[in-house]
Each structure stands twice: as C-alpha cells, then as structure tokens.
Design a protein around this ligand. Structure first.
Ligand code: ADP
Ligand code: MG
Length: 343
C-alpha cells in the first residue's frame, strides 16, 4: 500500500549546508496493516509520514502509494491523492469557530458535496466515533479525547484507504489514549483501513501495531513484527524505547556486575512467549533449585495480541546449581539471558 524506496529528505541547502532529516528509508506498509513507526523526538518521524501525502517532498528516492509515485504528481493529482489519505494530529488541528459537525463536514465541503450528502455522511461518522450527542459542540467544549474523535471522523470523511497518525495520542492521558487506540483498531478491522502511525511511545505500538519500524537519526534501525521487535530488540534505540517488560528497575541495573566476585549470584532473565507465558514454570524452577531462587523483577503483558512475559531471577553461581538450572531450561525450552552477577 505504501512503499518507501531509498526515500530521503534534506531541509535547506543541498550539500553540507542542509540538514538530512530522513535518509535512505526502505519500508513497506501492507494493505490492511497497522504499522507503527517509533522514535524519539527529532528522529524524523513527522518528516517521514508527511512524505506519504506530499506535505513534504522527497529530495531523493521515492514514496509510492498504491504504486503511484507521490513525488511525480501534479497539483491536481496530489489533491486527489490526499482525499484518499486521512491524517490525524497530536493537537487535533480542529477549527475552533466550527462545531464538531462542521469540522467533520469541512473536507466534504472542499470536495464539493452538497448539504444533503454532507448530512448523510457526517451523522454516521460522528456515530462511529461515539460523538452523536456532541455534533453541535465547539472544540472548546470538548475533552482532548473527544477532540481527537472529531479529528478521526474528519479524517474518515472522504472515505480514505489510508490513515496517517502523527502522535495522535501524545497529548492524551493513558486511559483516553487506550480508548482512541481501540477506536483506531476498530476502524482498521471494520473499514479495512490501512493505518500508518508514528509515536514516541512503545505502549502505543504494542497496543495496536502488527508491525513496527524504529527510526533514529533519520534512519530505520530495526523493523519487523511488533512481537519480534519487542521481545528480541536488536538495536540499543529499541531497547531504550521499550517501556516495561524488558526494562530492569534502576536499583537492579545499577547493581549488575559483568564478572563475579566470590559469593556473587547469577542474574538471569527468563522470557516467556505465547502460550508458555502462563505455564507455571516459575514454581517448577524454584522446586528445581530449592529455596535459593530470588525473583527480582517481572511482568506479563500482551504485545499485538500475544502474551509475553519476562522474569528476572537470581540464584547461586555454584556450578552444580547453574547446571541444574540449565538442564531445566533445556527441558522446558525456556528462553534465558544471563544479565550478569549481583552480590
Ligand atoms: P520527529 O517528528 O521525529 O520529532 P521531525 O521529522 O519533525 O522529527 O524532524 C526531524 C529533524 O528535522 C529535526 O532535527 C528537525 O529539527 C528537523 N526539521 C524538521 N522540519 C524542518 C524544517 N522545516 N526545516 C529544517 N529542519 C527541519
Ligand atoms: Mg513529530
């Protein structure tokens, strides 16, 4: 649906005078997918997503939407393309002088629909986003979540096949964020809309994106199925962005030593995937090693619909204990990672 081919964007002068905001991006977003692009502030996310609807032009390479080279379009063709691409924003970008209804109606007015057609379209859209009772309210009278729902309804007004989301939940509290993400997921499955979303929050990606690309300094440093990237991050940037399960509490990470001193204990992370996530392996590990096992950190969560857990334990670094533990891991096919040693 969307293909980036060595797409780059330089702001300002060519050569050393300019600034390379995104560089050599190769990426494909499949039809019907929800793809997340995650990176910290300044990584090039907004530039990247704005290249899809031509709000930023590429300086080299290509962005193709349904096989059409966005950079090669004339002004009229670009307007036609934008009608097929909805966009939502961090700060909603609603017109304050227009009611919720009138904000959603705006793209339809621009597209030349008559009043009857607009009414027939806007009503169901407000219903879809759960705002039928707010049609006459102005943005100032709406909560952040409600404003974003208006933004979503407006983005859907011209029946786009692709929705671009630029940090659409970043200004919202966690609970509202979840409800907006659920709405996006429902729109994706019910309307078959492809969604490309950018965010700096791993939790957003984890909640709804089937695939993710990690962007850092204008480069994609890692991409793949969300579950794979999340559970087996390959790049330091990804590890830094990970929010929960794989992150150690600070007191623990600062206590880790790469080499043992006499009497130190081995620190091991156990990783639980899929259905094994809920198997009572921890109890069996304790039984196997005796009461010597300390559980230091852990979490079980759901990533793109699949369970995933991580447990950090310490036990004696004595060779016979370590051998027993390793035998247990081999038998149960538990994935483990030695993090180091602790006193
Ligand atoms: P993100 O959305 O990940 O925070 P942006 O795509 O907005 O990142 O910006 C990427 C980099 O490009 C930043 O360093 C930013 O300062 C720079 N940048 C963005 N827009 C412009 C512009 N119009 N002119 C010059 N530099 C820009
Ligand atoms: Mg941005």
């Amino acid at each position: 649906m969307v293909v980036f081919e060595k797409a780059s964007k330089r702001y300002g002068a060519a050569g050393d005078g300019g600034f390379m905001a995104v560089a050599d991006i190769n990426l494909a977003v499949d039809r019907g997918a929800i793809m997340g692009i995650i990176g910290r502030s300044g990584a090039g996310k907004s530039t990247l997503i704005r290249m899809v609807n031509g709000l930023e032009s590429v300086t080299s390479g290509k962005v193709l939407v349904d096989g059409v080279d966005v950079g090669a379009l004339g002004a009229q063709q670009l307007r036609d393309l934008r009608r097929q691409i909805g966009m939502i924003f961090q700060h909603f970008n609603l017109l304050s002088s227009r009611s919720a209804f009138e904000n959603v109606a705006l793209p339809l007015e621009i597209a030349g629909f008559d009043q009857a057609a607009i009414r027939a379209k806007v009503g169901p859209l407000l219903e879809l986003v759960g705002l039928s009772d707010k049609a006459a309210n102005y943005p100032a009278e709406l909560s952040g979540g409600q404003k974003q729902r208006v933004g979503i309804a407006r983005a859907l007004a011209t029946d786009p096949k692709l929705l671009l989301s630029d940090e659409a939940t970043s200004a919202l509290d966690p609970e509202t964020t979840q409800s907006i993400l659920e709405l996006l997921k429902r729109i994706n499955s019910e309307l078959g809309l492809t969604v490309l979303l950018i965010t700096h929050e791993m939790d957003v990606v984890k909640a709804i994106a089937s695939h993710v690309a990690v962007i850092d300094g204008g480069h994609i440093v890692e991409s793949g199925r969300t579950f794979d990237v999340y559970t087996r991050p390959q790049h330091d940037t990804t590890r830094t962005l990970l929010s929960s399960a794989l992150k150690l509490p600070p007191w623990l990470s600062s206590a880790i030593k790469p080499q043992p001193s006499a009497g130190d204990r081995l620190l091991v992370r156990l990783v639980f995937f899929g259905e094994t996530a809920f198997r009572p392996l921890t109890g069996r590990l304790v039984a196997e090693l005796g009461a010597d096992v300390n559980i230091l950190a852990g979490a079980i969560e759901e990533i793109a619909g699949e369970p995933f857990g991580s447990l950090v334990v310490s036990y004696s670094a004595e060779p016979d204990v370590v051998a027993r533990a390793d035998r247990f891991y081999a038998e149960t096919q538990l994935k483990t990672e030695v993090l180091g040693y602790v006193a």
